[in-house]
Design a binder for this molecule. Structure first.
Ligand SMILES: [Zn+2]
Length: 392
C-alpha cells in the first residue's frame, strides 16, 4: 500500500494518491508543514510512484529497488535537513542490535542506508558546478562514505560497531559542510542542465526547506517552473511558506501537512514503543510531547522516591528512541526535582547528575537505559538521605 508508513497525514496521502492515479499530479508541488510532519517521507513515496516501472502495489521493480536505497539516478535531492540528528538516530538504532547481539532487521538497515544516502545524494555531480567550494570539499568524503556504506552496511557480512563509528564520523564531517547552507544559483543551473539531458524520461526533483535559496537561484528555479516539461516533477517542502517568493508559490500546488494532534502523537509513540515495527525517521526524531515526557519523568521520580524499581524498561530497539528522547525526559525530571521537597544541596547534586547523564549519552554514546538506571539509584539515595536527616 503506498504511503503506508506515513502516520497521521491520511488526508494528504489520500489526496496525493488520488491525484496520481487520475494522472492529475501537478508538475510542481509544495509540501507545507512543521518539522517532522512527514513531508520528506511523503515526497520520497511520491517520487517512488513516479519513477516506478510497473505502477503496481507492493512493487519490487528495478526502479523501486533502487529507490528504496535512494540510488535512483533520476531522483534529485537538494536543500537542507537535520542530517546529523537523523544519521545519529539511525546508527544508534542499528548499534543497539549489535550491542545486544541480535540480528539487524532489514527495516533498520534500510533506515541507516536512507539516512546516509539523503546526505550523500546531496553531492551528486549533477547538482553542483565543479568549482563550487562546498562541492570540492565534500566530493572525496562523500565518495568514501558511499563506499563504506556499500561495503560495511549494505552487505550480508557482519556489521560491526567500529564500522558504525567510522561511518558516523565521516558522515558528520560531510553534514558539517552543509551546515547553514543555502541553495545557490550554480546548483539550480546544473540541475536544469541535467534534467534537460534526461528529457523524455521520468525525473523527480525534491527540494527541502525550499525557502532557503539565494535570490538568483530562486529566479532560475522560477524559470524552469514556468516551462513545465513532460515527466519532470518538482516537490518542494518548506516549514516557512512566508519566506518563499510569491511568483514561485503561484507555480506550485500546495499540500498542507497538519500539525500532529496529541491523539496522533500518541499513536506514533505507540507505534514506536509498543510494536516491533520500525517507524519512519520523522517519527523517531519527533520530540516527545511535553505531557508524555512529564508523565514519564513523574513516574521515574516517584518510583525512585518510593524506592521502587525503575518504572519503564525498554528493549534494545526502544533504547535508540529513548536516546533521542532523553533530553525531553531529563528536562522534565529536572522540573520534578525542582518541585520536590528535597533540600537545596540535594537538588543541586541531582541537577549535576542529570546534566552528566545527558552529556554521557550525547558525547560518550553511553547507553541511555543504564544512564537512567544510575540516575534512578541516585535519586533513591538522596531521597533516603534527606528523609533520614528530617527524622533526626
Ligand atoms: Zn516499481
Amino acid at each position: 500500500m503506498p504511503f503506508a508508513s506515513i502516520v497521521a497525514q491520511e488526508k494528504i496521502t489520500a489526496q496525493l494518491l488520488h491525484d496520481w492515479e487520475k494522472t492529475q499530479l501537478a508538475p510542481a508541488n509544495l509540501f507545507v508543514g512543521g518539522a517532522f510532519s512527514g513531508k520528506s517521507t511523503t515526497a520520497l513515496e511520491v517520487a517512488r510512484l513516479i519513477l516506478c516501472e510497473t505502477k503496481a502495489e507492493q512493487c519490487s521493480c528495478r526502479a523501486c529497488l533502487m529507490h528504496r536505497k535512494l540510488m535512483h539516478p533520476r531522483l534529485f535531492l537538494l536543500g537542507n535537513r537535520y542530517f546529523k540528528e537523523e544519521i545519529r538516530a539511525s546508527l544508534q538504532t542499528m548499534h543497539a542490535f549489535i550491542q545486544h547481539k541480535k540480528a539487524i532487521p532489514d527495516a533498520v538497515k534500510l533506515l541507516v542506508i536512507q539516512s546516509l544516502r539523503k546526505l550523500i545524494r546531496r553531492f551528486d555531480s549533477a547538482l553542483w558546478e565543479s568549482d563550487d567550494a562546498r562541492y570540492k570539499e565534500a566530493k572525496g568524503l562523500t565518495v568514501a562514505l558511499n563506499e563504506l556504506l556499500s561495503e560495511k552496511i549494505d552487505t550480508e557480512h557482519e556489521i560491526t560497531a567500529e564500522n558504525l563509528l567510522m561511518i558516523e564520523q565521516k558522515a558528520l564531517e560531510v553534514a558539517e559542510i552543509l551546515h547553514h547552507y543555502v541553495i545557490n544559483i550554480g546548483q539550480i543551473r546544473s540541475l536544469i542542465h541535467h534534467v534537460g539531458m534526461l528529457s523524455g524520461e521520468s525525473r523527480v526533483v525534491i527540494i527541502e526547506e525550499a525557502h532557503l535559496m539565494q535570490e538568483s537561484a530562486r529566479n532560475a528555479l522560477l524559470k524552469i517552473l514556468e516551462e513545465p516539461q513532460k515527466e519532470l516533477y518538482f516537490i518542494l517542502t518548506t516549514t516557512n511558506k512566508q519566506e518563499m517568493l510569491p511568483t514561485i508559490l503561484s507555480r506550485l500546488r500546495p499540500y498542507y501537512f497538519q500539525e500532529r494532534a496529541p491523539e496522533e502523537q500518541k499513536r506514533i509513540i505507540q507505534k514506536v514503543f509498543r510494536n516491533n515495527e520500525i517507524a519512519t525517521l520523522d517519527d523517531l526524531l519527533s520530540p516527545l510531547p511535553l505531557t508524555q515526557a512529564r508523565d514519564l519523568a513523574n513516574r521515574f521520580f516517584t518510583s525512585a522516591q518510593a524506592s521502587k524499581s525503575i518504572y519503564f524498561t525498554y528493549n534494545q530497539e526502544e533504547n535508540a528512541i529513548l536516546y533521542q528522547q532523553l533530553p525531553a525526559i531529563l528536562s522534565q525530571v529536572k522540573e520534578r526535582v525542582l518541585q520536590s521537597t528535597l533540600p537545596y544541596p540535594n537538588k543541586r547534586e541531582l541537577f549535576l547528575r542529570i546534566d552528566q547523564s545527558y552529556l554521557g549519552a550525547r558525547d560518550y554514546n553511553q547507553n541511555p537505559e543504564i544512564l537512567l538506571y544510575t540516575l534512578h539509584k541516585e535519586i533513591q539515595r538522596l531521597c533516603r538521605k534527606s528523609e533520614k536527616s528530617l527524622n533526626k
